[in-house]
Design a binder for this molecule. Sequence first.
Ligand code: SME
Length: 159
Amino acid sequence: MKSNEARLSREQAKELLLRLDSNLGGARGKSARDAAVKLLNRSVPSYSWVGIYIVEGKDLVLDVWSGPAATEHVRIPIGKGVCGFAAKSGKTEIVSDVGKDPRYLQCFLSTKSEIVVPISSQGSVVGEIDIDGDQLDAFSSLDREFLEAVARKLSAIWS
Ligand code: SME
């Protein structure tokens, strides 16, 4: 598959936001987050591994994930790695080549790029969506826009 064929399209992003609502079917909290990571992982070919971390004190703790393998990074101090950086800044991080980013904590040998989107509630970061891609530059501003909308939906049904 060519990299641009695997990336999210605007039509798909629109359709997935609607499908997310129907898939969640009134679920909240962890079961809603679990349904969301599964939907994202199976629907978008460029999303190789999809996880949600939640803020617990000074750490991010892995809550739910969907992908081919488990990660060893189940607890990441806020400030460490791309995940910890985004949790601290509250801003989305797109890393187009993880090999060139000194912050990157490796989970999978196959990962080439990553996007981390904070989930905020009442002005504080409560968690984040972390997605690994097996292609360089797998994430665009469209993924950012789409995943920030997903993050807002999850924030509204956080617990
Ligand atoms: N790569 C992340 C760690 C989490 S794994 O991708 C699942 C980071 O640099 O923070």
